[in-house]
Design a protein around this ligand. Structure first.
Ligand code: G3P
Ligand code: CA
Length: 266
């Protein structure tokens, strides 16, 4: 399965929640910065609003990355899926990070796709399907209305859909089999499990802090791309290159790109 721009430029750079080391995660500011920094993919998280709209946010509650406590003081514990899109749009999603980012808002999936256009790839994580029932189906329905995003021959930049939840990923893959899918894990699956993934999983995304060299080799030998998260130091970037990763998910795409260019030049 040919998907990654990594074949052109070594390991691909995935901007984790956008350029989230330098801007509030999963906002237009973080995504625009990652594009300006020439990331190959935006990695981001999608959940469902109370009225069934796919929305871009990582946590299952609004408490950490918005002003929901202030705006809706009687709505604890501020679960994302208890708020309509109209309510989510009233929240500020930037000021918690820095006052300079006041005015950033939670995006819908449609708004994200409009914002990215064909400027960058997208690694979209189906986040917490257990608390977002129907998430895979809702994302499929949205993407079916955006044919350019699910037609590999038309779209210059790839879309990859990932999840920790294998069943949600299978549900998605059954309906849109041409869209590459990534299984996000803490540990690389055991050999028999890894064999089950062969043929339908494009990449395996393990936790970099639990990754062992022999497990990395098993993924690559099985023919899947190895794309660890969240890789934020030069030491780990270099180790990943030594392992032969297909990409790295990082909060600092600009610094990773610089290291990769130096590595190719050196
Ligand atoms: O893509 C893998 C990574 O994003 C998973 O961790 O918690 O940042 O969504 P998390
Ligand atoms: Ca994620």
């Amino acid at each position: 399965m040919s998907t990654s721009p990594s074949s052109r430029r070594g390991a691909a750079t995935y901007a984790h929640r956008g350029s989230s080391g330098m801007a509030p995660e999963n906002t237009a500011a973080a995504f625009e910065l990652a594009i300006a920094e020439d990331a190959d993919y935006i990695e981001t998280d999608v959940q469902l609003s109370a009225d069934g709209e796919p929305v871009i946010i990582h946590d299952v509650t609004l408490a950490r990355t918005t002003d929901a406590r202030l705006a809706f003081p009687d709505r604890a514990p501020w679960n994302v899926h208890d708020f309509t899109v109209a309510e989510l749009k009233k929240l500020d999603a930037g000021a918690w990070y820095d006052g300079d980012f006041t005015g950033q808002h939670i995006l819908t999936l449609d708004e994200l796709l409009d914002l990215l256009g064909d400027r960058v790839g997208l690694n979209l994580e189906l986040k917490s399907p257990a608390v977002n029932p129907g998430l895979a189906q809702a994302v499929v329905a949205r993407l079916r209305r955006r044919r350019d995003w699910i037609s590999p021959d038309v779209r210059p930049q790839p879309l990859i859909v990932g999840s920790f939840d294998e069943q949600a990923l299978r549900d998605f893959h059954t309906q849109l089999p041409d869209v590459p899918v990534s299984l996000i894990t803490y540990d690389v699956p055991a050999p028999r499990k890894l064999a089950d993934l062969d043929g339908w999983i494009f990449s395996v995304n393990p936790d970099i802090h639990r990754l062992r060299r022999d497990d990395a080799a098993r993924v690559i030998e099985a023919g899947m791309a190895l794309v660890p998260w969240t890789v934020n130091s030069r030491e780990l970037w270099r180790w990943c290159l030594d392992l032969g990763v297909g990409g790295m998910i990082t909060d600092y795409p600009s610094a990773l790109k610089t290291m990769l260019h130096d590595h190719l030049d050196g």
